[in-house]
Ligand binder design. Structure first.
Ligand code: SF4
Ligand code: SF4
Length: 452
């Protein structure tokens, strides 16, 4: 197996993560993924409504600027979810993205829902020798771009175990149908039709979504009656699309413990990732992983929870396996943040310790954090052998906020506060200093009561 290069900036230092991403883009040669004038899709996860863990818009804007500098024509994109929450339709995703800070104004280029207003705009991407899939469905706007730059937030994931480049491509670049397929929801052996149905668990009108439950089923297979048992699920017409979310939270529809769908799902992610990377062309895809704000679960949930690891830095590579390997290795080597999810009492062993697999150990089912990577290696999607190269900061004149050092000449001649008419105002100060340094030091003598 060849050795792939992964470039890295550690988390410390007086360089912003925006600049680290821009610098790594260059040293990893991601500018070679496109030619001048090419359309460049920059894939991000714009975050669920009320989630706060996703990559900051300024980080993405920095990459947009760099792509433009190299002559690319960028657009930033995400895709709809296969269930109906705040990103279930193109319209909702645009609203959620804007609330989370992703707009043409903040990004410096269009923000596009790559699989269209209803998640149906897709291209069938062939896949040879997949682990589960024969083909996958790539969001159309990405398929039509000349190049794909994948910006991923490294964190945990409720089903994928961890989320980074493989997940951002395999799931994140899929249309609705593609996502449903990759989740194995329609698999004949362990898809949703093999789930258990417990209508007696439905609490009827006491449920906050009682009136809406079932109304989003495209085939009318899941309905709510006014009489007990309230939920009705017609499996003969159910197409396993998962738009209903299958009522897992209320345990009306549950995956049996022996069902292995969730344990295989991380491997199916790699099937789709292989199909999409090959569709775009390996020389036309580049990756940057930001291992910062590392939350225990994905940015697709409406919360973020406490970070489980300190920031591990920013990574860039042209190899989708090598970059995820480097992030996972770094996460194993680091001790978890005290009080975070790996310290929860119900977990076995001591998953917070350096040397332990944090993401494997915080999962509620037995599934390895290496599943996606191992499946991708089997598919020949890249190399697990990598050389980790510590990047050095770029020249100050290139990366030092140059945009804001080029002030317009009128800045120096404006009247109210001009360097030609400087304001010097010693009379604004009191003659005596009314506070001592001792008074400013130490914790205030305040009482705290706790309740609840
Ligand atoms: S099936 Fe579940 S979500 Fe739907 S009304 Fe009943 S309790 Fe609520
Ligand atoms: S009941 Fe079946 S067809 Fe209806 S939304 Fe749920 S998964 Fe889709």
């Amino acid at each position: 197996m060849s050795v792939s290069k992964v470039y890295h900036f550690g988390p410390r230092g007086r360089i912003s993560d925006v600049i680290k991403g821009q610098r790594l883009f260059e040293v990893a040669g991601l500018n070679e993924c496109f030619n001048r004038g090419d359309s460049v899709a920059i894939k991000i996860h714009c975050g669920e409504w009320d989630n706060t863990g996703y990559l900051r818009p300024s980080i993405v804007a920095g990459i947009v600027e760099t792509v433009k500098e190299y002559g690319g024509d960028p657009f930033v994109c995400d895709t709809t979810t296969c269930y109906l929450r705040s990103r279930g339709t193109g319209r909702d995703e645009l609203l959620t993205a804007a609330r989370n800070g992703f707009t043409p104004q903040t990004l410096g280029c269009p923000f596009v829902v790559a699989d269209g207003p209803y998640g149906l705009n897709e291209v069938k991407a062939p896949l040879e020798n997949g682990n589960f899939l024969k083909h996958a469905y790539l969001a159309e706007a990405i398929a039509n771009a000349d190049s794909l730059i994948v910006l991923s937030h490294f964190k945990g994931h409720g089903e994928g175990v961890y989320g980074a480049a493989l997940k951002n491509v395999g799931i994140g670049c899929s249309s609705k149908q593609g996502k449903s397929n990759v989740h194995l929801f329609q698999h004949p052996i362990f898809g949703v039709l093999a789930y258990e149905f417990h209508p007696e668990k439905c609490v009827g009108e006491e449920c906050p979504i009682y009136k809406r439950c079932g109304e989003n089923c495209p085939t009318g297979s899941f309905t709510i009656s006014t009489e007990k048992p309230y939920p009705r699920w017609d499996r003969s017409t159910c197409i396993g699309c998962y738009e209903c979310g299958l009522r897992g939270a209320c345990e009306v529809v549950v995956q049996p413990e022996a069902n292995t769908r969730r344990r295989y799902f991380p491997a199916a992610i790699s099937d789709a990732a292989k199909a999409y990377v090959d569709y775009m062309g390996r020389d036309h895809v580049g990756f940057i992983n930001y291992a910062i704000d590392i939350t225990p679960t994905c940015d697709c949930v409406p919360y973020s929870d406490m970070h489980i690891l300190p920031n591990l830095g920013v990574f860039a590579s042209k190899d989708i396996i090598a970059i995820d390997m480097a992030c996972l290795d770094a996460s194993v080597q680091m001790q978890a943040v005290p009080g975070s999810r790996p310290y929860d009492e119900e977990l076995e062993g001591e998953p917070w310790k350096a040397g332990h697999e944090k993401f494997t150990n915080i999962m509620r089912i037995p599934v390895s954090q290496w599943s996606s990577v191992n499946a991708a290696i089997k598919l020949g999607l890249g190399s697990a052998d990598y050389e980790l190269i510590e990047a050095i900061p770029g020249p100050r004149e290139r990366y030092g906020q140059k945009k804001y050092r080029e002030h317009h000449p009128s800045y120096f001649t404006r009247k109210p506060f001009s360097i030609n008419k400087p304001r010097f105002e010693p009379e604004c100060y009191l003659e005596d200093i009314k506070v001592t340094l001792e008074e400013l030091s130490g914790r205030p003598n305040a009482k705290v009561t706790r309740s609840g």
